[in-house]
Structures are given as C-alpha cells and as structure tokens.
Design a binder for this molecule. Structure first.
Ligand code: SF4
Ligand code: SF4
Ligand code: SF4
Length: 352
C-alpha cells in the first residue's frame, strides 16, 4: 500500500509496481564509485554535503550513519518504534581542508594538509567510512565485506507513516518513496522513524532529504546512477514483477537476494546476495572448507535464509566449475553489463 500527499494527510493507495535493487556482496570491492556517482548528481548543494544517499561501509562496522542499527525506528509487531536522529558527525561530517594554509600562506613544512570537522572545527574523530577495512574476527580468521546501502524504497515506509505533514509519498507507478520538498516542514520524524536512517536533514533548507532513486533518470529509462556506475558490476535493477529482469530472478525465482534487517518491518526493496567469504583456518592452523564469516553474523543482517542461500551459491558455482552451466551464475556474472538493469538501458546523456 502506498500513501500520497494530497488534501487528506494520509490517503492510502496501492503502488502498482515496485522498483528494486539487488546488491551482490560477493562482488562489491568497496570502491565507493556508487557513493560518488550519487553525490555528484544530487548532494553537492548547500546543506547536503554530509549526506551520502548511496553509502558503502565496511562490515562488521558501525555503518552509515554511525550506529544506525542502534537508533531505533521501524516497526515491531507492526507497531512504530521510537528512534533517534543521527548527528551530522554520525552522518559522516563534511570535512574541510586547509589548502590555502598549506600552499599559499608561506608556512613551509610547519603545516600539513589535514581534515577539519565541519561541525567542531577541530581534527575529526569520526567521519564517513571512518572504520574502513577494519571489520571483525580474530587473526588468522579476520573477515569483512563491503556493504553498499541506500534508501530501500520500502513497501511499508516508516518515514512516510511518521510524517505529520504528509510530505512523504510513494509513487504508485514504481514505488519510489519521495519527500515533497515544497511540503516538508523539517519536523524530522521521518529521520527518527526510518530504521535505516536513510533520511537526512538539510540544515540550510531546513528540510529532510533522501535518495530519490534517481527518478529524473528512471523516468527517461536510464538506470539510477549508483547502480549503473558500479564498477564491480555488483548491482541489478528493475521491476520486481518483471519476470525477465535479474532482480526478479534473484529475489523471487532463485531467492538468493535477501532484504537487510527485514525485522525492522518496513518491507525493504533493496536485496543482498550474502557474501560467501574466504575459507577459514581451523584451531589446528589448517585450512578448512568453511567460510570464515560466522553464519550468525550474516543471519543478523539477512535473516534465517542465509544458510540456504550460501548452499545454493556453492552448489551453482560447483556446477559451473564442472562445466554443467548455471543460470544463477550466469546472472550473477552478467557477461553483458546492460542485462543487469531491467530494461533501464538508456544512455545517461539522453535528454528529456
Ligand atoms: S529506507 Fe527509510 S527512508 Fe527509505 S523508504 Fe524505507 S523507511 Fe523510508
Ligand atoms: S538511486 Fe540515485 S539518488 Fe538514490 S542513492 Fe542511488 S544514485 Fe543516489
Ligand atoms: S560502486 Fe559497486 S563495487 Fe564500488 S562500492 Fe559501490 S557497490 Fe561496491
């Protein structure tokens, strides 16, 4: 069901179709191209600099915004849960750099180029992707993977239900969740309510903003930027009900792409292929057949289906190795890159 802004605050309407993204965590190399693709299009404006609508952090880690998993929101047993508003530092800050001082103020080697928090004016102690490449586990079995995230354009968006102004709506034709910037009053209840903390406050405009699923591109048949520009060929995109799309095949047919924190109750529409991980060493120091990423860590993110999914991935990979072929491996490999975009294959240069 979907709400639309209008005369009545929360008019209920059904979203006809749902756009979805699949992110294969086996392929993500943490390059941040998706983050920059989004930022260079949408979040260079005053007040949006700290926002990373597309973000990638190392997991295990504090995520983005920092500790978002501990900041509440979402639903439990269908009931909305209270949440906290991340600070600008939690949201990655907006480091400033002292280029003038280093290059033009005649200070020689006495100064160095360094970041300064845009919040405190001091050396930062946290920022976007601060815990990059740290991860978890103990030597000789450390483990981590990169986690790319964005707004999930949820089927039951907590952000939308929380807004007292009715400024948030879900497009009927494709399920994109948007904040009407003319109506937004900057109450930030949406920020509290979104359990993914995928809404960000713009302190200049005094309004909240979020991933718009690149709708100006989508409306022209161009894939969203974070998906199209991914160098790792990690991402698939399209309508969930399009049986020809990779997203449909991965989510509904093969069922190897799982929602993140489904227990938050919002029905997220970004799905993840869980990472298989490198094989671990046993207590005798010998290599084992098992992944070094603990299953319970992945289940904490993607739920109880993870074990089955990893089994399917291993089985299909073995078939491929044995020369038997595998539709699933073919999809995940995607030899033709445009096959990944569910028909949203127009060139970004296409003008309206
Ligand atoms: S992820 Fe958050 S901001 Fe995006 S639709 Fe869901 S509840 Fe709303
Ligand atoms: S879909 Fe577009 S707006 Fe949303 S995170 Fe990706 S690049 Fe940014
Ligand atoms: S662009 Fe692709 S490979 Fe690079 S960080 Fe983003 S999702 Fe991962």
């Amino acid at each position: 069901m979907a709400y639309v802004p209008g005369g009545s605050k929360k008019e209920l309407r059904k979203a006809d179709r749902q756009l979805a993204t699949v992110i294969d965590l086996n392929k993500c190399l943490g390059c941040q191209t998706c983050s920059v693709a989004c930022k260079n299009l949408w979040t260079k404006r005053p007040g949006t600099e700290h926002m990373r609508w597309a973000n990638v952090t190392t997991y295990p880690g504090k995520g983005y915004p920092r500790d978002y998993e501990k900041k509440g929101g979402g639903f439990r047993d269908g009931e909305p849960q209270p949440g906290k508003i991340p600070s600008v530092i939690d949201s990655g800050d907006n480091f400033q750099f002292n280029h003038n001082e280093v290059y033009y103020e005649g200070k020689g080697q006495s100064v160095r180029l360094h970041p300064v928090s845009n919040v405190t004016g001091k050396e930062p102690e946290w920022g976007y992707n601060w815990d990059e490449d740290q991860g978890g586990g103990q030597w000789p079995n450390p483990y981590f993977f990169y986690f790319a995230r964005m707004c999930n354009h949820c089927t039951k968006p907590a952000c939308l239900e929380a807004c007292p102004t009715g400024a948030i709506f879900k497009r009927e034709k494709d399920g994109i969740v948007l904040i009407d910037q003319d109506r937004c009053k900057g109450h930030r209840h949406c920020v509290e309510a979104c359990p993914y903390k995928a809404v960000y406050f713009n302190p200049v405009a005094q309004k909240s903003e979020k991933c718009i699923l690149c709708f100006p591109r989508i409306d022209k048949g161009i894939a969203n930027a974070c998906n199209r520009q991914c160098t790792g060929r990690v991402r698939a995109f399209g309508y969930l009900d399009d049986r020809d799309s990779q997203v449909h095949k991965l989510v509904a047919k093969w069922k190897v792409a799982l929602p993140l924190h489904a227990e938050y109750g919002t029905g997220p529409n970004v799905f993840y292929v869980p990472p298989m991980g490198a094989r671990g060493f046993g207590s005798d120091g010998e290599i084992t057949d098992g992944s070094r990423i603990p299953l319970d860590v992945l289940e904490g993110l993607f739920g109880p289906e993870v074990r089955r999914v990893l089994d399917v991935l291993r089985t299909e990979r073995a078939k491929m190795k044995a020369g038997q072929g595998s539709e699933l491996m073919d999809i995940l490999i995607s030899k033709k890159w445009t096959d990944r975009f569910g028909g949203f294959t127009n060139d970004p240069l296409t003008q309206s």
